[in-house]
Design a protein around this ligand. Structure first.
Ligand code: PSV
Ligand code: MN
Length: 407
């Protein structure tokens, strides 16, 4: 058998050592799936309803369990408070029962500060003190829900911003948000974290109150030591170097987690790695480098995708499998050799080593790992063969269409 060295791209290890390392990496890799990825959604131009879409939290848990059964990598599901726990803390016992029934734990808790009519001009940055207070109360409630569900991360995204120059005081809004996030941080339990997500535009198009990683970093630092930055890969301008942002956040100790998806233009919600798999590889490489140097805190891997053309469960399984492959490819970069080539400024050799790891077909290893762990060797094929989607489409069909008949 060929060794890694002979391939000239990955570690100079024997095949059995590569296999051992790959299994270790895949055993530790977990990625969280979003409850909203199973429900009917669309674009502002319309919805294409899917008979198999989940309409209740119970159905979302059932779908999450199916993805985890097939991939073995998704034991938690992110919850969006307004969509999944509309009655707040009162819904916690039901969620707890669903966790037990389906073997899926609640993941990050996402407050909803963008849907209510009051938030037309913002939530935590609204010029009205009363509305800011109401938004803060919702954030506090979300933190309590997180405590009640033993969930570590509060994942905060706001739609706050403005559409026209001169219509809002950008600086006043910074101050209001600093105050709110400090107050929220004070309420966190000892194991909880506050993740601050940024987005450069949409739905606000002139300015957003947390537009980039620098602003998120500032707010996280101001809020306190349990606040970190959340990088949604779809929330950048074209051509931005996301792995450089990741490297900076690792360097400054502020990287809290990811919302993974891919994009061609804006926040497109396309499948992870469908447009630019090399970028995800480069992001994972930065994380592997930091981890091998002893990363002191957790980085949460989460998916933030809501498909309206692809089958929802199929798209989710495809995403998880792709994430595993890219995570593994990046883990198999010979980092020691790369460091030597970087130091020697041997540009072509360094690039070839790096690209070589990307081109490596990781699928035989992921397949072998699945077989060894009693998982289906090909999760997408197993999903099709199992008939789960057809069954739920029959059961949910008419309900799913009815629930989606309003925009
Ligand atoms: C906003 O675009 C976002 O990325 C936030 O994470 C939301 O919570 C999520 O999408 C769902 O709307
Ligand atoms: Mn997101």
């Amino acid at each position: 058998m060929e060794t890694g060295q002979a391939r000239g791209n990955t570690m100079t290890l024997s095949d059995s050592a590569i296999r051992e390392l790959a299994f270790k990496m895949l055993d530790s890799f977990r990625i969280e799936i979003p409850s909203w990825g199973f429900a009917n959604t669309g674009t502002r131009f319309g919805k294409f309803v899917q008979a198999a879409a989940a309409t209740t939290i119970e159905e979302k848990f059932a779908d999450a369990a199916e993805v985890n059964r097939l991939t073995g990598a998704t034991p938690t599901m992110a919850l969006h408070v307004l969509w999944d726990l509309p009655n707040g803390l009162k819904d916690v016992p039901e969620v707890r029962a669903l966790e037990r029934r389906f073997g899926i734990r609640s993941g990050s808790i996402n407050p909803n500060l963008f849907q209510d009519q009051e938030y037309k001009y913002g939530s935590l940055c609204n010029p009205s003190a009363e509305i800011r207070e109401r938004a803060l109360q919702h954030l506090f409630d979300s933190i309590e829900i997180g405590k009640a569900l033993d969930s570590r991360d509060i994942s905060l995204w706001m739609a706050d911003g403005s559409n026209y120059p001169g219509t809002q005081s950008i600086r006043k809004r910074i101050g209001w948000l600093e105050d709110a996030l400090r107050a929220a941080h004070d309420r966190l339990g000892p194991d909880q974290r506050l993740l601050v997500e940024y987005k450069p535009f949409e739905p606000a198009f002139y300015h957003t109150d947390i537009a980039d990683w620098g602003m998120s970093s500032h707010f996280a630092r101001q809020a306190g030591p349990q606040a970190f930055v959340l990088v949604d890969t779809g929330h950048h301008y074209s051509a931005q170097n996301i792995e450089q942002i990741v490297a900076w956040l690792l360097h400054t100790g502020l990287l809290g987690g990811f919302h993974f998806n891919d994009r061609r233009y804006a926040d497109d919600d396309l499948t992870l790695g469908s447009i630019d798999p090399y970028q995800i590889f480069r992001i994972f490489h930065e994380i592997h480098c930091a981890q091998s140097e002893g990363l002191p805190h957790a980085v949460a891997y989460m998916i933030d995708q809501s498909h309206n053309l692809k089958g929802k469960i199929e798209a989710m399984v495809q995403t998880v499998v792709t994430a595993q492959e890219l995570y593994l490819k990046a883990a198999l970069v010979d980092r020691e050799r790369l460091a030597g080539l970087q130091q020697a400024c041997d540009l072509v050799a360094a690039e070839e080593l790096f690209r070589g790891a990307f081109w490596r077909d990781a699928r035989p290893l992921t397949r072998a790992w699945r077989e060894a762990r009693g998982l289906p060797a090909d999760p997408l094929e197993a999903l099709r063969a199992g008939g789960y989607v057809e069954r739920i489409a029959r059961e949910r069909g008419s309900r799913s269409a009815a629930v989606s008949s309003y925009a």
